[in-house]
Design a protein around this ligand. Structure first.
Ligand code: SAM
Length: 278
């Protein structure tokens, strides 16, 4: 496939897969249909659309923005330039929240920095008896989260709030069984290490507000003490580097959380720090 070579030459890591995803999008077919029609020639219009998509991908646009969709925890989510593309490692936040509330009726979940609404919508879909509060500083991101909530018919149970960290929920007096967050955690000094497709994502979603990368995690941990029920769970995603897991775990312990531990992802990397409030 000529697209694969083009993307590989432009330094796209999963060139073969991404070229195929773009070709399917240009043709408007799924994977099975693509293989069933192979090797029929592609019509001129679809070919022109495919070449245009390849050019945009080669220029650094994430493939999820180009096709307008990314799957997360088994559900398709609408995504565009207003939100971070949800990552598979973030599914751990959903796992630990569900596990913690197995025995709780009508759980209340909070997702800080919801972006596309990935974690919040997944929780609402998994637990039809749950109420989910989700905050974000970006009104543009909240519009995407709202579209995803509507798409998965959970709008009535997903309360979206614009504002900083947990402040809107503190003001409302919300009490929750679980607070989860995947805050922006790339330290500004690491900008040069990032590939173009990450630099195409919103700055506010990628870059931490301070030099260590965990400054927002610490603020969320402070505020969550006022929002969590006794025995409630705080789960924060961290970068698997810059010593973030250790820093966040030490902060949670000093802030009075108990049973603090670091959860590793399938690649064995430190990924989520959890603690119980009292
Ligand atoms: C890394 S993205 C995570 C998005 C989504 N939860 C996910 O995992 O795909 C971080 C999100 O936090 C939001 N954000 C950044 N600073 C924030 C703050 N102080 N309070 C609330 N949200 C914030 C950004 O707008 C962005 O949507």
């Amino acid at each position: 496939m000529q697209g694969r070579e083009h993307l590989a030459a432009c330094g796209v890591p999963a060139a073969a897969l991404e070229a195929e995803v773009l070709l399917r999008h240009a043709l408007g077919v799924d994977r099975a249909q693509l293989y069933a029609r192979w090797p029929q020639p592609v019509d001129e219009g679809a070919w022109a659309r495919y070449l245009a998509l390849l050019e945009q991908r080669a220029a650094g646009k994430p493939v999820a923005y180009l096709v307008g969709e990314r799957e997360f925890f088994g559900i398709p989510l609408y995504v565009d330039h207003r939100v971070l593309v949800p990552r598979p490692e973030t599914e751990w936040l959903v796992e630990v929240a569900l596990l913690h509330t197995r025995e709780v009726d009508s759980p209340v979940y909070v997702d800080v920095g919801t972006g596309s609404g990935a974690v919040a919508v997944a929780l609402a879909v998994q637990r039809p008896d749950a109420t989910v509060y989700a905050t974000d500083v970006s009104s543009e991101a909240l519009a995407v989260a709202e579209a995803n909530a509507h798409r998965h018919r959970v709008s009535a149970r997903l309360r979206l709030r614009e504002g900083d960290a947990l402040v809107p929920l503190q003001e409302e007096g919300v009490r929750a069984h679980v607070v989860v967050s995947n805050p922006p955690y790339v330290p500004p000094h690491a900008r040069a290490e990032l590939p173009p497709e990450v630099l195409a994502e919103p700055e506010v979603a990628v870059f931490a507000p301070g030099p260590r990368g965990v400054e927002l995690h610490e603020r969320i941990a402070d505020q969550a003490r006022e929002v969590l029920h006794e025995g409630g769970l705080l789960a924060l995603e961290v970068a698997a580097k810059w010593d973030q897991a250790m820093q966040v775990a030490a902060y949670l312990e000093a802030a009075g959380y108990r049973a603090v531990r670091v959860v590793q992802d399938l690649a064995g990397l430190d990924r989520v720090v959890v603690g119980l409030w009292r």
